[in-house]
Design a protein. Structure first.
Length: 117
């Protein structure tokens, strides 16, 4: 039987309060150019390898903030990534846990994770 829905994730939407500031912050921590187009006045698609991330200011409210990480960013070196985030004045929520991951917040309070792959 053919299944019309693929077992793939296309993109994850992150609620943000200010699309320009969120674009700049995410691009800064990911080492990306912040030169893409903001679509429809409220969407910014981060140029990711693999599953996409869409920043969306239209869906933002205090009720939509991620209070638990919905995904993680991969790293090959968890210690280097942790120290890097400290230099970017990112609000770290945990130390490195089990030598494998740590959690942090974006400027809107969304909980995010970096995990060793």
């Amino acid at each position: 039987m053919n299944h019309p829905i693929l077992n793939q994730i296309g993109a994850i939407f992150i609620p943000v309060s200010n699309i320009e500031k969120a674009r700049d912050w995410y691009c800064k921590i990911l080492g990306l150019e912040a030169d893409g187009e903001i679509q429809y006045g409220h969407l910014y698609v981060l140029p990711m390898d693999g599953t996409g991330i869409v920043l969306d200011s239209k869906i933002f409210s205090e009720d939509t903030i991620f209070e638990t990480p919905a995904f993680h960013f991969n790293t090959k070196n968890i210690e280097e990534s942790y120290n890097y985030m400290k230099t970017k004045d990112v609000q770290l929520l945990t130390d490195i846990q089990h030598n494998h991951y740590f959690n942090f917040k974006d400027p809107d309070g969304n909980h995010l994770m970096v995990c060793k792959c």
